[in-house]
Design a protein around this ligand. Structure first.
Ligand SMILES: Nc1nc2c(ncn2[C@@H]2O[C@H](COP(=O)(O)OP(=O)(O)OP(=O)(O)O)[C@@H](O)[C@H]2O)c(=O)[nH]1
Ligand SMILES: [Zn+2]
Length: 366
């Protein structure tokens, strides 16, 4: 394994995307590196699994406040997981000279900012949606994660942990999740033999992210896959008054299988961008909705509702339907925000143009 392949580089000159090859050719003195952290003050990149260094970024990627002319969209700036080309010497004088196009991107809505959305992890192959088979078990939360990563180009896998615990009912959980058309696995995250169920997604050169609520077992699973105690887990932390933020942070963890796990704080709070396709994530409900008497049926009190009929027959989970409606509203809300931000942006551009025109008329072309 080369140092680069341990952090997810799996291309040879023959298999390299033409766009990547062209950028490499355009920067003959540069070499690939991966963004593993993004801070207000700048980026940190890895060239090997063990060495993470600050890198100076292009001036146009520096955070800017508002829509100024020529400002670069947030999606066009590097994000965690992105491959970039760097020049200069580590540790002190690395410079990013180009961003390589990404093959997948997990995005989230960025309310409260001027930006419409943010890329929180790029070039990821699979996302493990981790959920415990204890009080943490929540099909609605799983559906939500799946909706938010659908369309990102990343393959989701639902990993149900704590299958070994008293009261854990894997069968019942698998039944509750039967409507999902993604792989669902029940594991004991503490047991290496059990964790081998995840091998199909851990081939060399693959990049994974883990999402799930606090205590779901993400660190435990990471440690088991790693084979050593690299991240502190909850059991250790319980004696620590500072609580959940004491996990030793490693942005990129190279696994013995040759895959790597990328951890980014952004994955902890996912909210819709407005571009999600709820119908696609809830294809079972969408198919039933075609049979409803009214085309715009809200599946509430309308007569002839095929969705409610399926719930009444026990063929569809009523809570899944409620979550579908809730998430549809949320995505519609985010889509409206997105549309109004785009409209504001267009408006600002038109005003800018009008101003220029008036200035031109008054003072002549400058
Ligand atoms: N028995 C059993 N315990 C588990 C399993 N997975 C996790 N645990 C325990 O659950 C607790 C929380 O697990 P963590 O791995 O720290 O959870 P986390 O998802 O990393 O939590 P955050 O770091 O807060 O996001 C720890 O005490 C683990 O030992 C499992 O499959 N079986
Ligand atoms: Zn209906």
């Amino acid at each position: 394994m080369t140092p680069l392949s341990a952090i997810g580089w799996r291309w040879t000159p023959q298999t390299l995307e033409p766009a990547w090859a062209a950028l490499l050719a355009a920067h003959p003195a540069a070499r690939p590196a991966r963004i593993v952290e993004q801070h207000r003050s700048g980026y940190r990149v890895a060239e090997t699994a063990d060495a993470v260094h600050p890198a100076e970024s292009l001036p146009e990627w520096q955070r800017a406040g508002s829509y100024r002319k020529g400002e670069i969209a947030p999606e066009a700036r590097p994000a965690v997981g992105d491959w970039v080309l760097v020049e200069g010497e580590a540790p002190k004088s690395l410079r990013i000279v180009a961003l390589l196009p990404r093959f997948s991107a997990i995005k989230r809505g960025a309310a409260g900012e001027h930006y419409r959305q943010q890329v929180i992890a790029a070039n990821i192959d699979s996302v493990f949606v981790v959920c415990g088979l204890d009080a943490d078990f929540n099909p609605r939360r799983i559906e939500r994660y799946l909706l938010l990563v659908a369309g990102s180009g990343v393959q989701p896998v639902v990993v149900l942990t704590k299958s070994d615990k008293d009261g854990a009912d894997s069968e019942a959980a698998l039944h509750d999740l039967r409507a999902l058309d993604v792989p669902v696995l029940a594991v004991n995250a503490k047991d290496p033999a059990s964790a081998t169920l995840l091998q199909p997604w851990l081939d060399a050169g693959r990049s994974i992210v883990l999402v799930g609520s606090s205590g779901a077992g993400k660190s435990t699973l990471t440690n088991t896959l790693l084979g050593i105690e690299k991240m502190k887990t909850g059991a250790v932390r319980e004696s620590d008054a500072r609580g959940r933020h004491t996990t030793t942070h490693r942005a990129l963890i190279a696994l013995p299988s040759g895959a790597c796990i990328i951890d980014t704080p952004g994955m902890r709070e996912l909210k819709p961008t407005g571009e999600e396709d709820v119908a696609e994530s809830f294809a079972d409900i969408e198919a039933l909705a075609e049979q409803c008497r009214f085309r715009d049926c809200k599946h509430a009190k309308e007569p002839g509702c095929a969705v409610r009929a399926a719930v009444e027959r026990g063929e569809l989970d009523g809570e899944r339907v409620a979550n579908f409606l809730k998430l549809s509203d949320e995505v519609a809300g985010a889509a409206n925000q997105l549309a109004s931000r785009l409209a504001q942006k267009a408006e600002a551009r038109v005003q800018g143009k009008a101003l220029h025109k008036r200035l031109d008329e008054k003072y002549g072309k400058r």
